[in-house]
Design a binder for this molecule. Structure first.
Ligand SMILES: [Fe+2]
Ligand SMILES: [Fe+2]
Length: 130
């Protein structure tokens, strides 16, 4: 979307914000990986990240089967659904006092970003629907 390759004609501000979301998600991936490695070092329990997450394989299957004229809408729908669902889940975790403060703060930071992403993808859906 930021580079205009999603088949959408977005206003410049929405393209700029899409770049910021890409940066946010890269940071989320980095600190999640870092947290996993810290847990591994402290507990001695090996962590495992699949080479390809299962949902990516499912999405690829859907993408291959979809009518070629509609290809791309599946990715857009997935982004809208996932980016608007995760913010509510993440907002709950920092309030869970059973978790270590460091985990709660980390998730709170992520939740703040995802709240912005939620707003972006909600407005994107409205924009595309008009
Ligand atoms: Fe994220
Ligand atoms: Fe996000």
């Amino acid at each position: 979307m930021s580079r205009g390759r999603a088949g959408l004609h977005l206003p410049e501000k929405m393209k700029e914000d899409a770049f910021k979301i890409t940066t946010d998600e890269t940071w989320h991936a980095q600190f999640t990986y870092d947290t996993l490695k810290q847990v591994e070092r402290r507990t001695g329990v090996p962590t495992h990240m699949p080479e390809t997450p299962q949902f990516v394989e499912s999405l690829d299957r859907i993408h291959r089967r979809i009518d070629p004229d509609l290809r791309g809408i599946d990715e857009l729908v997935f982004a809208v659904v996932s980016e608007t669902l995760i913010s509510n889940m993440l907002a709950e975790i920092p309030r869970d006092e059973r978790l270590p403060v460091s985990v709660r703060e980390l998730v709170a930071d992520h939740a703040e970003d995802e709240g912005k992403h939620h707003a972006y993808f909600s407005s994107l859906l409205e924009y595309v629907g008009t």
